[in-house]
Design a protein around this ligand. Structure first.
Ligand SMILES: Nc1ncnc2c1ncn2[C@@H]1O[C@H](COP(=O)(O)OP(=O)(O)OP(=O)(O)O)[C@@H](O)[C@H]1O
Ligand SMILES: Nc1ncnc2c1ncn2[C@@H]1O[C@H](COP(=O)(O)OP(=O)(O)OP(=O)(O)O)[C@@H](O)[C@H]1O
Ligand SMILES: [Mg+2]
Ligand SMILES: [Mg+2]
Lengths: 256, 256
């Protein structure tokens, strides 16, 4: 029965989209039925899976604001078992337009509730902010996966994110839990990376995924070809680390 | 007479804060009187210059919403000739509170107009979004400096940013110009970096600063010590590249 996982972190450039696209693709490859929802007006997950943003037609914006049907917007991707609800540029306006709507925080969760059972997992990629789009995603989610770049500023922002998750849990989504933290762009040659890893383990212990995503240029090249890394370079460290993350994700889910 | 420069890019993690802090510090070092305004609720520029966010007291939030005086909020930093208007966590609420204020886009420009002449340059560090805080910064600014990470997703987001700047220029700030684009986190060993550099030169020609900021671990370590890189490790590539950027910035200003 579909579980909704939100990739959130208001710090920019920490690997939310890269983790959403590649974890979703790796799980789809291992036979899960996956939906990826691009809640970011930048539309990086949409472009990263090969959809052309300019000729997108109907997008998440139309679902949130114009009440079209889910089936008119959802698309297949090049990866079997992976579908996407694409973003478009007018999503920028959605945050302002959502403000006027009654119960504006629960619009996305109402859209996803009736289709949840069609998928094993639904991943929500969020923009780098704590605005209404991210609040909608956190309210719709069963769990939050926190990508965390091995950098000082990213570590500094963690307490603000944890505070926001707590507020959402209290007021809008009592069932929300932290699925875990995924360390990204780890560079074994530099001390800072190791310091961040040990600091995060100290505070979050078992919540920290064992799989650490290394910095790997294939991961940053793949989106320019509109492919997840496992379709771009299946022998790369990027591919192996996200397949390992998918295996660990499933193992953690089974333990629950 | 003080010129206001806004560091903006809605793509996250492209080096806005790192460029704001280190360019401001390098210019202060060469004798300019500089103010840095931290418009990002994450408060990375505030932490990166050594201020403790928890005991901040009055911050930019109080200027925007509670109408305290500029002199109650502005602070010195460890760098001579560099002052800061710090951010605090309640800035997250400012975007929602600003919506109710009449002429909500020009609040920051009204705060800065009377103090502009005290400084040679005022730098505004923006959050990774195109919300009301960034709109306020773009409306207050004389020019926009665009930090651009040498990555595909960052390049993809450029047209959205340029479009937003054009809209602000038409409706709120006719004098706004693009001061230039600064390429950051350049890694000479990887093709993607070179591809992004040549792509940006093709589209923006003379607007692209000659100084390219290389990826340099000292730049990411310095904020954990609350110092700009020139106070953390004055012999590093990071320090040299931002001092070179400061020289080029001044040369371009003199040519105008
Ligand atoms: N492990 C990695 N190795 C190398 N590059 C990476 C890695 N993970 C992400 N990147 C690159 O770093 C940049 C930032 O990653 P990404 O865009 O996924 O972060 P994000 O958190 O989604 O950003 P935003 O806050 O803008 O949404 C991208 O250009 C991406 O290609
Ligand atoms: N040239 C560089 N070399 C190495 N690391 C860098 C460089 N520039 C920035 N960084 C690091 O990369 C990360 C992103 O940079 P920074 O936080 O300045 O970007 P930003 O655009 O301000 O992010 P946000 O969108 O969250 O505001 C930080 O951890 C920073 O320390
Ligand atoms: Mg993203
Ligand atoms: Mg920043």
């Amino acid at each position: 029965m579909g579980k909704i996982i939100c990739l959130a972190n208001q710090k920019g450039g920490v690997g939310k989209t890269t983790t959403a696209v590649n974890l979703a693709a790796s799980l789809a490859f291992s036979g899960c039925e996956i939906l990826l929802v691009d809640c970011d007006p930048q539309g990086n997950a949409t472009g990263g899976l090969g959809l052309e943003k300019k000729n997108i037609g109907k997008s998440l914006y139309d679902l949130l604001i114009n009440e079209v049907s889910f089936d008119e917007v959802v698309r297949p991707t090049e990866v079997p078992h992976l579908s996407i609800l694409p973003a478009s540029i007018d999503l920028v306006g959605a945050e302002i337009e959502l403000v006027q709507i009654v119960s504006r925080e629960t619009v996305l969760s109402k859209i996803l509730a009736p289709v949840k059972s069609r998928f094993d997992y639904i991943f929500l990629d969020c923009p780098p902010s704590l605005g209404l789009l991210t609040v909608n995603a956190l309210t719709a989610a069963d769990a939050v996966l926190i990508p965390l770049q091995c950098e000082y500023y990213a570590l500094e922002g963690l307490s603000q994110l944890v505070q926001t998750i707590r507020l959402i849990k209290q007021s809008l989504n009592p069932g929300l839990v932290v699925a875990g933290l995924v360390l990204t762009m780890f560079d074994a040659r530099n001390n800072l990376s190791h310091q961040v890893v040990s600091e995060v383990h100290k505070h979050f212990q078992a919540k920290v995924f064992d799989t650490i995503i290394p910095r790997n240029v294939r991961l940053s090249e793949a989106p320019s070809h509109g492919k997840p890394v496992l379709l771009y370079d299946k022998y790369s460290k990027g591919t192996h680390s996200y397949l390992a993350l998918a295996r660990e994700f499933l193992a953690r889910e089974e333990r629950k």
